[in-house]
Design a protein around this ligand. Structure first.
Ligand code: 13P
Length: 358
């Protein structure tokens, strides 16, 4: 079979929604892609739990009733709890697991993919690697490349999972190193209702996806505190500028044209996440209650996690290490609110006294 095998790693909310898209696109291109998509879903059951695994449920009902209830996953998507069964000999690996799961997955998959395989990451966050006394900024896609020895593109965009699974119109951005892989990935994802644009500005694309989760938390705080629409708009605009500054600082060669910020991964993802995302929701509930963050997540997300708080922490540490905190007051304040070091007034001041006005 010369057709390419596609594997999805991740059975959460976004992994299941993307399975809805890719399950359909491969059926229409069965001369290029193998029609069966394998999907790895971690078995999160505790010992002694006799309820079916998420993978079993998907295979018998075509629904991920835990993380994406009410949506049908196409029947050519076959779920498994075995990472190796899902991915061995895959040509195209779609990684869509929380950041925390990446190292383990990559170490298990090292050497198991097809020669010439490539990956695309839908994971949002930042990484780091030791560099003398400092930690060097690293993209998650770079971690994946290093651990798997394959090229890794990214897909980011204004994509609330439920809407994508429902086939409602949206767009997304693929950031790639080689256009050959970018164009092939466009064939994997592009549908009349999921329009893809490809750019080689991959660092800006990936960082827009990661950092918007921090801005969405600031937007959620603003909602929870009952702040006016104009304030929330300012937070979104200033958050985008902090994102651009972050990219320019750590990847000066990326984003110079500024196109990524006007793609779906930029301004559009920021808007959708600041209005309809889980990060916004969790942040709003967190600031309105005195419950710990884990508590709030548990109540609101049914076992899913919001990536904004851990990304805010990682970004905070990176800014501190590189002594550039003063230019990123919103990123700083979001982290400090989550750890109890900032209050409402500090965030308000971070916005009002933003260095953009100097
Ligand atoms: P959250 O639901 O995790 O906040 O993110 C939404 C999103 O990424 C939309 O593109």
């Amino acid at each position: 079979d010369r057709r390419k095998k596609i594997a999805i790693v991740g059975g959460g909310n976004w992994g299941s929604a993307i399975a809805c898209v890719v399950g359909k696109t491969v059926k229409k291109q069965s001369d290029v892609f193998q029609p069966i998509i394998s999907m790895y879903c971690r078995d999160s059951r505790k010992p002694g739990d006799t309820t079916p695994s998420i993978a079993d449920t998907i295979n018998s009902t075509h629904e991920n009733s835990k993380y994406l209830p009410g949506r049908l996953i196409p029947s050519n998507v076959i779920a498994t709890t075995s990472l190796l069964d899902a991915c061995t000999s895959a040509h195209i690996l779609i990684l869509v697991v929380p950041h925390q799961g990446i190292p383990q997955i990559c170490s298990e998959l090292n050497g198991k993919l097809q020669p010439g395989a490539h990956a695309v990451s839908l994971t949002k966050g930042i990484s780091s690697s030791p560099d003398g006394s400092k930690m060097k900024m690293r993209l998650i896609s770079e971690d994946i490349e290093q651990a798997l020895g394959v090229e890794c593109s990214v897909l980011m965009g204004a994509n609330l999972a439920g809407e994508v699974a429902d086939g409602k119109f949206c767009e997304a951005t693929i950031g790639c190193k080689s256009l050959k892989h970018g164009e092939e990935l466009k064939m994997v994802f592009d549908t009349p209702n999921f329009r893809i644009r490809v750019t080689t500005d991959f660092e800006a694309v990936e960082l827009c996806g990661a950092l918007k989760n921090i801005v969405a938390c600031a937007a959620g705080f603003a909602d929870g505190l009952g702040w006016a629409y104009n304030v929330k708009s300012a937070i979104i605009r200033l958050g985008l500028l902090e994102t651009k500054k972050f990219v320019e600082h750590f990847y000066p060669a990326s984003g110079t044209e500024g196109h990524a910020y006007f793609e779906s991964c930029g301004v559009a993802d920021l808007i959708t996440t600041c209005y309809g995302g889980r990060n916004r929701k969790v942040a709003e509930a967190f600031i309105k209650s005195d419950k710990p963050l884990q508590h709030v997540e548990k109540e609101l997300l049914n076992g899913q996690s919001a990536q904004g708080p851990p990304t805010a922490q990682d970004v905070f540490e990176m800014l501190e290490m590189h002594e550039i905190m003063a230019r990123f007051p919103i990123f700083e304040s979001v982290h400090k609110i989550f750890v109890g070091e900032h209050c409402e007034q500090n965030l308000y001041d971070a916005v009002r006294n933003h260095p953009e006005y100097d």
